[in-house]
Write a protein that binds this ligand. Sequence first.
Ligand code: ZN
Length: 155
Amino acid sequence: MTLPEPVTTMAGPLRMDYTYVAGAGRSVFLRGLAGRRVLARRCPGCERVYVPAPELCSRCLRPVGPPFELDGRGVVSTFCVVNFPFPGQVHEPPYVVAHIRLDGADTRLMHLVREVAPERVRIGMRVEPVWVPDEELAASATSIRHYRPVGPADA
Ligand SMILES: [Zn+2]
């Protein structure tokens, strides 16, 4: 008797429905975006500034302080160029997804970088948020349509 070949791959449709719960801390950040404000919060223990902020510091587990506003500008700390299509894709490739360290923050925010050719994006590029019109503002990261380069110089 010969054994069948082992199954190594299986093609089939897969659907996963889920609900994202922002939690109390990150809800503060999302509600700020609905008002065109980028809100940060500082840990009173280790001084780390979070954007978006959890309710508790991930390093020392203390409740973070009250929200305060940043201007939303920052620096590209790393990025990737998405060159391939995939099911459910919202944007047409190629496009850039970046981690952006906002001025005054110790954490990074992930967002699109547009209004620049993907091959010209680089680590250290200064960027600013481009907001949607007032009627489209919501408690969502999509209130910032994307980031774009801003002068004068790289960080
Ligand atoms: Zn802390």
